[in-house]
Design a protein around this ligand. Sequence first.
Ligand SMILES: *Cc1c(COP(=O)(O)O)cnc(C)c1O
Length: 233
Amino acid sequence: MSSIGRQLQEIKGRIASACAAAGRDANAVTLLAVSKTQPADAVREAAAAGQRDFGENYVQEALDKMADLRDLRDLPLRWHLIGPLQSNKTRVVAEAFDWVHSVDRLKIAERLAAQRPPQLPPLQLCLQVNVSGEASKSGVAPADLPALAQAVAALPPERVRLRGLMAIPAPADTTEARRAPHRALREMAAALQSRGLHLDTLSMGMSDDLEAAVLEGATMVRIGTAIFGARKP
Ligand SMILES: *Cc1c(COP(=O)(O)O)cnc(C)c1O
């Protein structure tokens, strides 16, 4: 087995252990392989090992990789945009991706809805929340989340579907400090559900905080380094 294949197995083992510890079904957590900065051949290797969901941060890099991997179109791979999205890139994203995890303002969601080709299934959306309150991080402030969520949920469902919330918490040293922001995101999703929104996705957990995220209810974990190795700076 390739090293990427072995590392995928190892991550699945970590997900299964964390699910067992949390009393959750291991199938309730989808593994997103974050392939940003990795060559198309790394994605090819992961796909050969059975991986189907891939996360990318940079739109042009992702489009180039998709073009390189056109011969795999029968698998099919699912592409998730997890990096910041500017409004001048929404059209190509609406045409090429399956999910966008990084929606943090209404204008972006409106453009994605208007530009999603009608022959494609709806684009699946998560709202990125700035859970750690860092000035430099993107994401909607928690106080502004309910209004944004209501507005995005009201967009045409045949074009875009609001599925849940995404966060990138600040790094932390202790288990409890790692769990707190994930718990906060879960509670924000629960509050929106109690207002009648149907959310089924919590996109949280990376190589270093996977266990904390799964213990707090992550349904999609975004893992790069632990699958593909360190990224070149
Ligand atoms: C790079 C990145 C990841 C993966 O991080 P690793 O620490 O390499 O697992 C996950 N989510 C987002 C938004 C990222 O930018």
